[in-house]
Design a protein. Sequence first.
Length: 756
Amino acid sequence: MSVGPAVPPAASGRAGPGVTLSRRGGIGLLCIDHAPVNALSPAVVAALDEAVAAFEGDGGLDALLVHCAGRTFVAGGDIAAFDAPDFDAAPFNRILARLEGSRRLVLAALHGTALGGGLELALACHYRIALADTRVGLPEVRLGLLPGSLGSQRLPRACGAELALELMLSGRMIGAEAARAAGIVDAVAAAAPVAAGRADAAAQALAAGLDYLRTLMARGAPPRRLSERPVALAGLPAGFFAAVRAREAASFARYPARAAIVRAVEAAATLPFAQGEAVEAELLRACVVSQPSRALRHLFFAERRAAQVPGLPAGLPPRPLQAVGVVGGGAMGSAIAAALAGVGLRVVLVEADGAALAAGLACTQAAARHAAARGRLSLAQAEAGIARLEGALDLAALAGCDLVVEAVYEDMALKQQVFARLGRVCRPGAILASHTATLDVEVLADASGRPADVLGMHLFSPAGAMRLLEVVRAERTAPEVLATALALARRLGKVPVVSGVCYGFIGNRMAEAYLRETEFLLQEGVSPQRIDAVAQAHGMAMGPCRALDLAGVDVAARAVIEYGKAGGLPPDPAYRAVVRRLYALGRHGQKSGAGLYRYAPGERTPRPDAAVEAICRALARETGVAQRAGIGEREIAERLFYPLVNEAARLLEEGVASRPGDIDMVWTAGYGFPDYLGGPVWLADRVGLARIVAGLERYGRERGNAFDYWDVSPLLASLARHGGRLSDWSMAGAGSASAAGPWPPGDGQDGTPPKH
Ligand code: COA
């Protein structure tokens, strides 16, 4: 902390926690400068404490302006600090009380994103001004927390309990104008165009704050303290909190922070401030150490680390993209075309014949409008995207494209033909991406004749809802081609995770083990609805059988058939036999009205179908699988999830996945794995690797291991032996020990959710 003469705010990007108090005339300028987002680390809080003390001790200052350097006002508490055993919100909260209690005016000038502890800091000030493009919010719920620096108490006093609760339960941000209309900020200042840069925004916020503060002082405006204001209850229906609780109750077991938020806001509305403060503090302590919060915090950092790709220089400029081609207008091709068009790219969709092209274009338009209806795009963006969409019947139409995404059937020979032709017709420097879910991208790179331009880009169904984009880096993919795919993923609002080449990459390689056991269980006589019920009771958004029907049994079967052609299938007639048989019978899943379930015409609700049991029974006789009664929930859960973990360990061993967190991102963002369990690797450590290894070995003995299904990954076996954690593993060395927990998750210990 330094106390000195008037100085301009520090430039964006200055490293190290810095809080300065300077003076401009009679106004103290308290500037937080802690790149990248001014998060409130313990060191920043300590420096803030000193700066506020300096203001308190300086009788020559008439008022205080709190502002930030760099791209944003404080974006929250330092998320990493919650893991510290001595984490304590009290020191920061005491500083807020001192700021609010000041007899001299205290104003906050906001820019960028004032989130969490940042908004709480602003709410403790007497007045708030924000640049017009500022966004504010209390997103702690996304980390399994509640606002713990009196946000749950002050925000309802600023904008009423109903909006405060909605903002805290959704974690969404609102813009400066909406915040002003709601009473969260007092004034909005015009912001210069974004092109002026965020560091400039910091200077603008400071200037606007000074102007506003001088106006308030000239007017003789008094300090205004939210803690002294009651929560406005007028207009709140009787029984409001009970109704919210009833509405939200289903989510409380998995996301306990949601229950805590309702309780804290109710305390704000019904108790004096000091008592509400105590309620908030107690709830925060419980949330910080809860397993859902630890898991969600792990995913916050995993998501950001996934963007740092080993061997890819940071800041490598992507190739510019304006026109893109999509080859294949099926379900995925049209979803990809719609997404690309929605972010302002010119899209050319190529199909083999007129009818398929017309259907593909219609599907693309429908997907764009659906995205607008879901709020993922504005209607204007969707319509502009549709207007930019072109169709063509020949790959030659893609000659001028900067990127082409191939999304034809999962058929290696067909894809090789497409890549060979693309290699010839596309301009030099155009990127050639395959949307293959499983096939060898090296082979496609060879077929193209220009392997440096080739990579895989794999979206997940439903493409609008799933945030994952798996980027497959082949051996010869040029670094800037990879950088372009990562930048495009972000432009599309997706989370990119980079995988090496192997069958199925990270996601589907693991799914193969999961589906292998699903199909064995089906042949052993377990119904699709029972398997799905067990998977869903353990938090999966959708069980494997419903997921197969949704993604297409035909798609899954073709992938298995291609795997067979490439020599990858084990010599086991029962292996993935169910999808292949359903495919042969024309049961392609939801789209054909029947798959592992049946569907009434035009409906998406899966209904149990006795025909499936008969099909599986007949298949079991042919494949030599013994049907068994009495297969329990525990066995189903273990047989689905243990192989998933085993395969995750192999992907790390082989270097296909760079980090354990990448695997967790793939499964939570692409496969509906529950985020409150942190992903399969994170969960495996909570369950205990020794327990998982013992389970794999036991199933190997009980089920037989003729085809090596139950071989334990050497990495998993070694970590289990030495008490290591898979989440901490890196090529450079292994991590610390962890306590073993229960499996299946859901017996209430170790923070895993109770069964429903
Ligand atoms: N604590 C610690 N680090 C944080 C942080 C926080 N509250 N918020 C962001 N960061 C870090 C990120 O880890 C990232 O670090 P890296 O560059 O080493 O990967 C860096 O700041 C930039 O964040 P990123 O999310 O990549 O930038 P962005 O511009 O896309 O988004 C925010 C900025 C602030 C909107 C976004 O980071 C965010 O939502 N942060 C969390 C806010 C929050 O939950 N606050 C309440 C905490 S209790």
